[in-house]
Design a binder for this molecule. Structure first.
Ligand SMILES: C[S@@+](CC[C@H](N)C(=O)[O-])C[C@H]1O[C@@H](n2cnc3c(N)ncnc32)[C@H](O)[C@@H]1O
Length: 230
């Protein structure tokens, strides 16, 4: 049974879903990724060389995992999300953080005001990806670094079969138990919104990014993409 919202309802439905699951979001993430999700975030932050003096945007920050890792390097992070519920958890975890409620498709942020931007597991939740990438290019300085983390479908057919069993069958159940919400049925299905590698590269180039590189941890179940604002 499909649990994907109709296109015109997607933004409101995604926002309401994250408001609802916010309190248990971190616990479910750690269980479902065998605690590896923070390692993937740290590796990407290192790879795009976020450090002291950088002003970093954590786009669709959720409960603030990326922001926390960026701040630990000495950078200043601004976390933006449209879910009040997720931002409340972020604020409880890090009252010292800068948290902004806003829409990734219309960022309430000045042109060229960030040295770097990161976004974790959010691409498939946006109504449309190209306007978000254009907004990221707008708020980054020329030469600004971008890091995107998302789920992926492994290229290898054997790995893909095992992954499909886990992602399509186990994840919704575990999410349902630990997160106590049927929303986790949406997670595997939402992967249909993801562009192919070639499409994502084209979208990034059209938005004004260059030096696009991809790593595929977890046997290709995760994509970790870096790029530089031209
Ligand atoms: C799967 S969570 C990821 C949270 C966090 N980045 C992480 O790495 O765990 C996706 C987040 O995207 C946010 N989101 C989805 N669409 C958005 C939009 N148009 N503007 C701002 N935030 C959005 C949701 O509210 C949610 O917090």
């Amino acid at each position: 049974m499909s649990v994907l919202p109709a296109p015109e309802e997607k933004a409101a439905s995604v926002q309401a879903m994250f408001d609802r699951i916010a309190a248990r979001y971190d616990r479910v993430n750690r269980v479902m990724t065998f605690n590896a999700d923070q390692r993937w975030r740290r590796e990407l932050v290192r790879r795009i060389e976020i450090g002291p003096g950088d002003r970093v945007l954590d786009l669709a920050c959720g409960t603030g995992d990326f922001s926390e890792i960026c701040r630990a390097t000495g950078a200043a992070a601004v976390g933006l999300d449209f879910s009040r519920g997720m931002l409340e958890v972020a604020g409880q975890r890090a009252p010292e953080g800068a948290w902004v409620q806003g829409d990734a498709l219309r960022l309430p942020l000045a042109d060229g005001s960030f040295d770097a931007a990161v976004s974790g597991f959010a691409l498939r939740n946006f109504v449309s990806i190209p306007p978000v990438l254009h907004e990221l290019a707008r708020v980054l300085k020329p030469g600004g670094r971008l890091g995107l983390l998302e789920v992926d479908r492994p290229a290898n057919r054997a790995v893909r079969a095992g992954h499909s069993l886990y992602f399509d069958r186990v994840v919704p159940r575990v999410g349902g138990w630990v997160g106590r919400d049927a929303a986790y049925r949406y997670l595997p299905q939402s992967a249909v919104y993801l562009p192919t590698q070639q499409e994502l590269v084209r979208m990034l180039q059209e938005a004004g990014f260059k030096q696009i590189r991809k790593r595929s941890p977890m046997f290709g179940a995760i994509q970790s993409v870096s790029a530089v604002r031209a």
